[in-house]
Ligand binder design. Structure first.
Ligand code: SF4
Length: 269
């Protein structure tokens, strides 16, 4: 498997690529096709990084990357969809809402470079799922253990609010990502948006869904029968500043959810 000068793997042939070499996807149908055809997380990350299927989000992420925040004016923004982070042998997935305009959209790494990321990476470190409590930029030495972090929507949305159509357009990327984690046992869902986004994703993966759908809440726990065995969803309030500044989400509350995720992943339920 050869890599180009930028480190991309070049596994896809015959696919239109953008100026930086990423394969371009331009429509919801293209997202569904591209996700279904992907057999490997590395290729999935490449495909996500080149996606342009949501015109409003593409305009926003690229405008933010040019205008920048004054404090980051000397940095090159990523300005693309943000792929997931963590190895394919993860038994735990953490699903957030979407990248922040000056966080993941700047650094190119999920939850990295903003206050929400400070919270989640510190909690992962306390739980023994990360080798350091901070994630500041690519190449900062961060390594995750047994966890893959991803998002329901991969492009930074204006006002942190993707539309339902954008959520649905992006969902095949998440569906495929979860399918490409063969040992997945637990999904920690950060916030009600991700909780709602996950049901059609799971249904598409052949998971029978409970009726009525379980209500989202902090500490919510639902075990489903997935084709590969039991899969437990754990709800947590999102690590947004709105929740952490106000005390709606505290460190012990988040630690309790991650501790439960570890127990379940280890089969100690
Ligand atoms: S939100 Fe998802 S589907 Fe829409 S452009 Fe970004 S990566 Fe593509």
């Amino acid at each position: 498997m050869g890599q180009d000068a930028a480190g991309r793997c070049g596994l896809l042939t015959g696919v239109a690529r953008d100026a930086d070499g990423y394969p371009v996807t331009r429509s919801a149908a293209g997202v569904a096709r591209g996700a279904a055809a992907t057999r490997d997380l590395t290729v999935l990350d490449e495909r996500i990084s080149g996606c342009r299927a949501c015109p409003r989000l593409v305009r926003w992420r690229e405008e933010v990357a040019v205008v920048k925040r004054a404090s980051f004016r000397d940095q090159d923004y990523w300005g693309r969809p943000v792929p997931g982070l963590g190895a394919a042998d993860a038994r735990i997935a953490v699903v957030g809402l979407a990248p922040a305009a000056h966080g993941g959209n700047r650094t190119g790494r999920v939850f990295t470079g903003d206050r929400s990321g400070d919270w989640i990476f510190a909690a992962l470190w306390r739980a023994g799922l990360a080798n350091q409590p901070t994630s500041t930029h690519m190449g900062d030495g961060l390594e995750l253990t047994d966890v893959r972090i991803c998002a329901a929507v991969r492009c930074a949305p204006p006002a942190n609010a993707p539309t339902p159509e954008e959520r649905d357009t992006c969902s095949p990327w998440l569906a495929r990502e979860l399918e490409l984690l063969p040992q997945l046992r637990v999904v920690v869902v950060l916030g009600g948006f991700g909780w709602t986004a996950l049901w059609p994703v799971l249904a598409g993966a052949g998971v029978p869904l409970p009726r009525p759908r379980p209500t989202f809440g902090h500490g919510a726990e639902v075990t489903l029968t997935a084709p590969r065995g039991p899969l437990t969803l754990l709800g947590s309030y999102h690590v947004s500043q709105q929740n952490t500044f106000t005390g709606r989400l505290t460190e012990p509350m988040l630690d309790a959810v991650l501790s439960r995720a570890r127990e379940l992943a280890a089969g100690e339920a």
